[in-house]
Design a protein around this ligand. Structure first.
Ligand code: SF4
Ligand code: SF4
Length: 485
């Protein structure tokens, strides 16, 4: 049974998914050379465990986590490690990241993991979480947060709900839609693995109400799995309902605290593609070495979804879609609303690459020159985070850090809704992105100062207590001495 639930704020945008959903998912050719940045996940960069000249097989671990918040990295092809050096990286908009570079030997030699966990229900949740970590699984919705870390942080909570996010509301992205249509069984299998890893009893798979084929496929997969713990929910197709906090509010009717996490209200959210990646690792022994990428836009000849190996140059994905059209103007990773501009198609697919838009002028919002704010309030009406973008903007212009904090800049999810409706053509999101690191540094410095002050005060109290105890002992000695006399 599908439920319909409301959501506040946001925009109804023209959908462009039909361009890329006409054809089924195709498998992109393996790259001739794979470039694998070591920091393509949230947290610390991974540490290479191979050296230049080493031979590697498909699925072989090539880097281990560099800290608690980090992730394993695996070879997506078989061949030889030809370099470990800084290379321009897509997730850093072309800035260099230390990367492992592998030349393909074309043999597709497979690495055999040391164990198989297809009997996952018979091992402990802890053991399962540790094995999920070894698969290099990260959030595939775009944030690339290491999945095992998210699971581990949830272990001391009771009454957990697992939310699988299938609501990709950016108008151009359809990779999750196609995954749900074609690989619904993987998602449901992954959901069951995650429920066991979390020791949770409820899973909600949420998708947009404009995806009936995906809903049908998931419903059929759920019937096959016959697992009453998992249910489907549809949400209105309203940008950006697929944002984690927005979807939680839409599905559960609860707000994630501004300075908190979904876990604070008992929810662990994962993308549907992450669940499918968990299934492939646990059931099939294949770590996260590929993902589905939407290649679309008026600037590409044959938009579609491709299963691409991590490390594949974007140019090779464009070639697999019959190349560019003469209208291409800009290359974006992510959608047109929240994506980042890429300086080159030589950059490689990373785990977070959900979509490549080869955009023409038709695809991009055309901007007139910026005008002063007329206080129309359009921006605050559409803000899904209930912020006052015009006030944040005024604080950003005045470099007023207190104002930025007061008006909740750090709660801005950079969805671009305010930009979209601003009649004065103010590049609000661009200004917010610039201001965020300054505010983050200020908040961090203040937190450090508070921690130092607390340490100082604790030390002073401890010394005073020790001194008082010393004096009391001395006094007691004198008293005893007087008694003896
Ligand atoms: S939409 Fe633009 S003009 Fe209107 S209040 Fe917001 S910033 Fe000002
Ligand atoms: S202020 Fe941030 S969250 Fe609100 S509409 Fe603008 S970009 Fe989106």
């Amino acid at each position: 049974m599908l439920a319909r639930i409301g959501v506040r704020g946001g925009l109804r945008l023209d959908a462009h998914k039909e361009r890329s959903t006409a054809a089924p998912i195709a498998v992109a050719p393996a790259p001739r050379v794979a470039v694998l940045p070591l920091d393509q996940h949230a947290g610390e960069a991974a540490i290479p465990i191979v050296s230049t000249g080493d031979t590697v097989a498909v699925g072989q671990p090539i880097a281990r986590p560099g800290a608690e918040l980090s992730a394993w990295l695996h070879a997506p092809i078989s061949g030889r490690v030809v370099a470990i050096e800084p290379r321009p990286a897509a997730h850093r908009a072309g800035e260099a990241s230390m990367s492992v570079v592998i030349a393909n030997d074309g043999r597709e030699t497979r690495y055999v993991p040391e164990r198989s966990l297809s009997d996952y229900a018979n091992i402990t949740p802890l053991e399962l979480r540790e094995w999920i970590e070894r698969g290099g699984i990260v959030g595939l919705g775009g944030a690339a947060f290491p999945t095992a870390v998210k699971l581990a942080r949830a272990t001391d909570r009771s009454a957990l709900s697992l939310l699988l996010n299938g609501a990709e509301c950016e108008p151009f992205i359809s990779c999750d839609e196609m995954l749900m249509r074609e690989r619904a069984d993987d998602i449901v299998y992954g959901a069951r693995v995650l429920l066991h890893a979390l020791e949770a009893d409820e899973c909600v798979i949420a998708l947009e109400d404009s995806s009936p084929q995906a809903a049908d496929a998931l419903r059929a997969a759920l019937a096959r799995a016959d697992d009453a713990r998992i249910r489907l929910v549809t949400v209105p197709t309203l940008y950006p309902v697929g944002g984690e906090r927005q979807l939680i509010t839409a599905v559960f009717g609860r707000e994630v605290p501004s300075d908190g996490w979904p876990l604070d209200i008992g929810i662990v959210s994962q993308n549907v593609a992450t669940a499918a990646a968990v299934a492939r690792w646990i059931r099939d022994g294949e770590p996260l070495i590929s993902r589905i990428v939407t290649v679309t836009g008026d600037g590409v000849a044959r938009p579609r979804n491709l299963e691409a190996r991590v490390g594949t140059p974007i140019a090779e994905l464009i070639a697999a879609c019959d190349g560019y059209t003469p209208r291409v103007e800009r290359l974006l990773m992510g959608g047109t609303m929240m994506g980042i501009a890429l300086p080159s198609d030589e950059l490689a697919v990373v785990k977070a690459t959900n979509c490549i838009v080869a955009a023409s002028a038709l695809d991009l919002q055309q901007r007139a020159p910026e005008m002063p704010c007329i206080r129309c309030g359009n921006c605050s009406e559409v803000c899904p985070a209930f912020l006052l973008p015009q006030q944040i903007h005024a604080s950003a212009r005045a470099n007023d850090l207190a104002g930025l904090e007061r008006y909740g800049l750090m709660d801005c999810i950079e969805c671009g809704c305010c930009d979209y409706v601003c009649p004065s053509q103010i590049p609000l999101v661009e200004r917010f992105r610039t201001a965020k690191p300054q505010l983050a540094a200020h908040l961090q410095a203040r937190a450090s100062a508070r921690a130092s002050r607390l340490r100082y005060e604790n030390r002073r109290e401890r010394l005073a207590r020790l001194e008082a105890e010393r004096r009391a002992r001395l006094e007691e000695k004198r008293r005893l001495a007087r008694q003896k006399v």
